[in-house]
Design a protein around this ligand. Structure first.
Ligand code: SAH
Length: 449
């Protein structure tokens, strides 16, 4: 949750002005034709850098591109043509010069290029972004979203658009551009997004730390149309959450846990629930809506704590005024240990820590932290109680994650059985050709003794 620096505001103002012009033109055209169309008949800029400059792979390194993995690491690059701009489209070729597809060049990143297409004949231009973005949007509309007024519209490599994240909250799109290529095509992306019917504003949240790896500064603010409100009332299933779109984590909410929150709601009736790493009370509110007797949220950040309490005040989120709902501003690792000493017990515990393993070097430490939290959660669980336990670290795969939970149960001297396997919601799809996209894994375990 960082303040917006003045130079970022300035850059966004310039870019914003350009887009305001587009909006004006669009309104004029709409007035003329007196009908709204999804795809505007504006001139399509097809003349992108033809012929494309080339990147030649080290001999043999074309294998991963032929398997449609979209990343090219620096070690796989034999040579590149001169004078390629950061993020510019490049033709990726075998060592011998045979074209394999088109990517964006990122000279400052270990991932030297990310692929937009594995077809060398596709043009990565305005029409490309229009089509890809509309496909992603309509796939959600037709089958991926449940009841509610938001969700993820574009999930980067999972939608064939590396570095582009778009989340929808009612009439607003929140945009994150996380790669040099995405940044390079920013204007086209925004143009494509503002053509989607019903969208009134596009707000940028390109403030994730991964931008640094690509040599990009943060960028935050209005890109097009109406500014987002300070608080948006997001509906997910039949639950409601206040979302701080401008300053909240990610683009304001952990949309990836939608399905798992629904499961918690279904299993919470009359239960005493502990929600660890609670953020704005996502799972806690689900438990409340499911009829929990009591909910305790543990979270270290104060603004999310305050929002969690406001969420509990929304009348639709409760089944009775007598339900207890508390949010504690604590270090959850320490609080769990303390609760074990105090011999507290719960029927249902949710453990949804932040990404504890960002890099390979952090793996051992992260494994210990995950195990520690799971061990204490299992000690706090009543017999027959359920633990919803998660890891969103891509570097901890599902096999390792279940080994960690297994070690925790052995150290806690409790028997458990897995009753469900959880993962990121379906509006966060991943491609089997890009397994890194499967980052959020969870288990529901029952304590049997
Ligand atoms: N389950 C939440 C998302 C959790 S994200 C939802 O459904 O919305 C992880 C949360 O853990 C973040 O809000 C972060 O602020 C919090 N956190 C990080 N380290 C923590 C710590 N040591 N103790 C308590 N909370 C922590």
């Amino acid at each position: 949750m960082k303040p917006v620096s003045p130079h970022i505001k300035k850059a966004n103002q310039n870019f914003g002005q350009k887009l305001q012009q587009i909006q004006k033109q669009r309104q004029q055209r709409q007035q003329q034709s007196n009908q709204s169309s999804l795809v505007e008949e504006e001139p399509i800029d097809d003349g992108v850098e033809e012929p494309l400059k080339k990147l030649y792979l080290v001999a043999g390194r074309e294998k991963s591109i032929l398997r449609k993995h979209p990343w090219i690491f620096s070690g796989g690059v034999a040579k590149v043509d001169e004078n390629i701009a950061v993020g510019e489209n490049i033709m990726v070729c075998t060592f011998q010069g045979e074209p394999l597809g088109i990517g964006s060049y990122s000279p400052h990143s270990q991932i030297r290029a990310k692929m937009w297409t594995f077809d060398p004949h596709t043009k990565v231009n305005q029409r490309f972004f229009d089509q890809m973005i509309q496909n992603a949007y309509h796939s959600r509309k037709s089958f991926l979203w449940g009841k509610g007024n938001g969700g993820r519209v574009i999930f980067s490599e999972g939608d064939g658009l590396p570095g582009i994240i778009v989340d929808q909250y009612g009439p607003f799109f929140m945009l994150q551009l996380l790669s040099a290529g995405a940044e390079y095509h920013k204007e086209k992306i925004v143009k494509a997004l503002c053509k989607i019917e019903g969208i009134e504003g596009i707000w940028e949240r390109s403030d994730a730390s991964v931008r640094k790896l690509e040599g990009l500064a943060e960028s935050h603010g209005l890109l097009w149309g109406k500014a987002v409100p300070d608080r948006f009332k997001y509906q997910e299933g039949d639950r409601f959450y206040w979302v701080d779109l401008k300053e909240g984590h990610k683009t304001g909410f952990y949309l990836d846990q939608r399905v798992s929150r629904q499961k918690v709601q279904e299993l919470s009736k009359d239960k005493d629930v502990l929600n660890v790493f609670a953020y704005t009370g996502g799972f806690g509110i689900a438990a409340l809506k499911g009829g929990a007797k009591s909910v305790i949220n543990l979270e270290s950040a104060s603004l999310p704590i305050q929002i969690s309490l406001e969420n509990a005040q929304i009348p639709e989120n409760r089944t009775s005024p007598n339900q207890i709902f508390e949010s504690k501003e604590v270090n959850a690792f320490e609080e769990l240990r303390k609760m074990v000493k105090e011999e507290k017990t719960f029927d249902l515990i949710i453990l949804d820590p932040p990404k504890l393993c960002e890099k390979q070097e952090q793996k051992e430490r992260a494994i210990r932290a995950y195990k520690d939290a799971n061990l204490h959660a299992l000690q706090l669980l009543k017999t027959n109680g359920l633990l919803f336990t998660f890891s969103c670290s891509g570097l901890i795969d599902s096999t390792l994650f279940s080994q960690i939970v297994s070690m925790a149960s052995l150290d806690a001297n409790v028997d458990i059985q897995v009753v469900d396997i959880l993962h990121q919601a379906p509006d966060h799809p991943w491609k089997p050709t890009f397994p890194e996209g499967y980052y959020l894994k969870g288990l529901v375990v029952r304590k049997t003794n």
